[in-house]
Design a protein around this ligand. Structure first.
Ligand SMILES: [Zn+2]
Length: 275
């Protein structure tokens, strides 16, 4: 079995435009002329149908959709779409809340009532600090209601400035809440892995491996997985930003033992998702 814990796709009518905006912004910030540069090709057109094809090709049995509400008033649409595509078998959708929206608490309680297993937060896309007031209240409430919280971690190539979810900020967050319901994406902090080793390795927080093998030193990748503990690492691609086929090939290339591979590729996910 293979579970991809971090994927994105959008309603058909906005998928192409959304991807174009995201890719152009990344290219501009990073002075990239060619969008097919190794780090920025995409493996789907970010629609549901194409994502299904991509998952099938890679041998993924179940993928977790992580939508993000990036402004006030958007969470209803985002969560309704997430609920619609959730089939509980091949696709499990998380919900989203914009941390600054007035009715944030209602939105989270409603998501829990509707059976959502978790929420996704993006501190760059949503411009909040995970250890600040708005971040803490949302994260703590979701955890209190038994939901998982997946949080973008580290630098995001589509945004400038200091990251709002650095490994040190995750460390602060864990003084306020237990990390076992939290999943820090991108192996704890995209492009900040020395700090991940300093502040997060060995703590109770979960980490996913989405996207990182495209840009990371694979010795450090292996070291973080082994030292942090494979029971807290989740297979994840960040599709369409990385093809799960590539994620799996790269994970296999660091030669972990069989038990670790089983935990990472599906057992940890099944435990966290309670399936
Ligand atoms: Zn992502």
């Amino acid at each position: 079995m293979l579970i991809d814990f971090h994927t994105h796709f959008f309603p058909e009518r906005i998928a192409a435009r959304t991807m174009q905006i995201l890719r152009e912004r990344m290219a501009e910030i990073n002075n990239i002329e060619n969008l097919e540069d190794r780090t920025y090709p995409i493996c789907t057109d970010a629609t549901l149908e194409d994502t299904k094809r991509c998952m099938k090709r890679a041998g993924v049995d179940l993928n977790v959709l992580l939508p993000i509400a990036t402004r006030d008033g958007q969470s209803d649409n985002v969560n309704n779409y997430a609920e619609m595509v959730n089939d509980g078998k091949n696709i499990i959708s998380f919900g989203s809340v914009f941390p600054y929206q007035k009715d944030w608490e209602y939105v989270i309680c409603d998501l829990a009532d509707r059976g959502f297993k978790g929420i996704k937060l993006h501190p760059e896309g949503q411009q909040f600090d995970i250890d600040g007031k708005e971040g803490l209240r949302v994260i703590k409430k979701a955890v209190e209601l038994g939901m998982l919280v997946v949080i973008h971690a580290g630098i995001d190539p589509g945004f400038e400035g200091k990251p709002h979810s650095s490994p040190l900020k995750f460390r602060h967050l864990m003084e306020e809440t237990d990390g076992s319901h939290i999943i820090a994406a991108h192996l704890g902090g995209l492009m900040q892995w020395d700090d991940v080793e300093k502040y997060l390795v060995g703590t109770p927080i979960n980490m996913d491996i989405s996207y990182v093998s495209k840009v990371m030193d694979m010795e450090q990748y292996r070291r973080i997985i082994v030292n942090h503990g494979p029971e807290k690492i989740l297979f994840a691609s960040d599709c369409p930003w990385q093809d799960p086929e590539e994620t799996l090939r790269d994970l296999r290339s660091v030669n972990l033992d069989e038990e670790s591979m089983e935990l990472i590729t599906y057992k940890n996910a099944k435990r966290l998702l309670k399936i």
